[in-house]
Design a binder for this molecule. Structure first.
Ligand code: NAD
Length: 391
């Protein structure tokens, strides 16, 4: 299997490394040799660590020997698959896809690692829009197992299936969306967590530390919501929020993230966001109060409502949502599994209460309302998003 990876930055060098580790022949393309040489160093460093830990048996040099680097797209003339990971700018991506469409064999698939640009907007520029698909890796690709697979309205079923197979061959766990939605599954649910965290604080119901304490200590999430936002980068957070809401998702009034960005406090990468970190780019777990009055079901209520929306619109099922949250966000359990344990009636009550105060985004999903009215309130009733055996 021969693969081209276009763009060798944060994501591209990691994707190339993953493909080479899986035994594929990789052509890594970027715009300058300086950039490619930096990517080579990063891949070597990472492979050395994986080798020392025993994750890979082959030597780093053996894996690297399968990666050919180039500043010319011509090396992609015989690949079976191309994955684009250039910056998130539509015009740039369209230019890259025109070039790939010209060089890559007509029967080969062209995938984009975009986080937010509609796949059809990219596919339309090519002469093979049924062979263009989204393949959303998580950072860092060698460690994160999840890949969201997003067919556009033009993508053929065969192409989607082949892409799912490719992700598996790369050692990843693919979650395939049946229909494309802005933000895919990962960022839509993340947005809802960010929105509720912000509402908690801006409505004066809780402090930042209380929200995060509840997320970490009661929900057992690896990070608080504001801590996670700092980790991801507040500029990235503001951007994904804007993109998803502009394409139709309901909004929640919030200025906290944007204010930080205006002050150039972008989170871990600048050393300061909602919390202060040891140095720019250096994350360390933030210290939080042990106690918090914030009910855990309220923190996830909007995210669970989004999950219900994704299910009733046949985008993904409950297991798939939970896979995304476990493997993409390191949740110890799936979001909907946690919801089942807390009680869907409690989740619904939290949504109704906030909704009654004029927050339209909290309007409960018909699926959630139906489940609760039928007594499917989660684990204690034997049925919720999942079915439970008698204990
Ligand atoms: P990046 O800026 O780190 O890397 C982009 C690379 O593309 C750079 O090395 C750049 O030189 C190269 N490039 C620019 N123009 C090019 C061209 N015409 N031909 C070939 N190479 C070119 O960006 P990134 O963070 O790796 O993001 C890449 C894509 O992945 C974006 O669409 C982003 O939304 C998506 N993504 C990023 C993350 C993340 O956590 N960083 C996670 C998932 C998806």
């Amino acid at each position: 299997m021969r693969i081209a990876v276009v763009g060798s930055g944060t994501m591209g060098h990691g994707i190339a490394e993953v493909a080479a580790m899986a035994g594929m022949e990789v052509k890594l393309i970027d715009i300058s040799w300086d950039i490619l040489n930096r990517a080579k160093e990063r891949m070597l460093d990472s492979l050395k660590r994986l080798h020392e830990r025993g994750t890979i048996r082959e030597t780093p040099d053996t894996v690297m020997s399968r990666i050919e680097m180039s500043v010319s797209y011509d090396v992609a003339k015989d690949v079976d698959f191309a994955i684009e990971a250039v910056p998130e700018i539509l015009d740039l991506k369209r230019k890259v896809f025109q070039e790939l469409d010209r060089v890559v064999p007509k029967e080969s698939i062209l995938a984009t690692n975009t986080s937010s640009i509609p796949i059809s907007d990219i596919g339309e520029i090519t002469s093979r829009k049924e062979k263009v698909i989204g393949m959303h890796f998580f950072n860092p690709p060698p460690l994160m197992k999840l890949v969201e697979i997003i067919p556009s309205k033009y993508t053929s079923e065969d192409v989607t299936r082949s892409t799912v197979e490719l992700a598996k061959k790369m050692g990843k766990t693919p979650v395939r969306l049946r229909v494309e939605v802005p933000g895919f599954v990962s960022n839509r649910i993340f947005l809802r967590l960010l929105q509720e965290a912000c509402r908690e604080v801006e409505s004066g119901e809780a402090t930042i530390e209380e929200v995060d304490s509840s997320a970490r200590n009661k929900l057992k999430l690896p990070m608080g919501i504001f801590e996670l936002a700092d980790y991801v980068g507040l500029d990235v957070v503001v951007d994904l929020w804007k993109v998803i809401v502009e394409r139709g998702a309901s909004d929640v009034k919030c200025s906290s993230y944007k204010e930080k960005v205006d002050r150039k406090e972008l989170g871990v990468k600048t050393g300061k966001g909602f919390y202060t970190y040891p140095a720019p780019g250096k994350y360390s777990k933030v210290s939080l109060p042990a106690e918090s009055k914030v009910p855990p079901e309220r923190i996830i209520s909007l995210a669970v409502n989004e999950g219900a929306w994704l299910i009733e619109n046949n985008i993904v099922n409950a297991e798939e949502i939970d896979t995304v949250m476990r493997l993409g966000f390191n949740f110890p359990k799936g979001l909907l599994e946690i919801a089942d344990e807390l009680g869907l009636d409690k989740i619904l009550n939290a949504l109704r209460e906030i909704n009654s105060r004029g927050y339209e985004a909290y309007s409960p999903s018909p699926l959630l309302v139906k489940m609760v009215s039928q007594g499917q309130t989660g684990k204690s009733s034997g049925r919720g998003f999942y079915t439970y055996g008698k204990t």
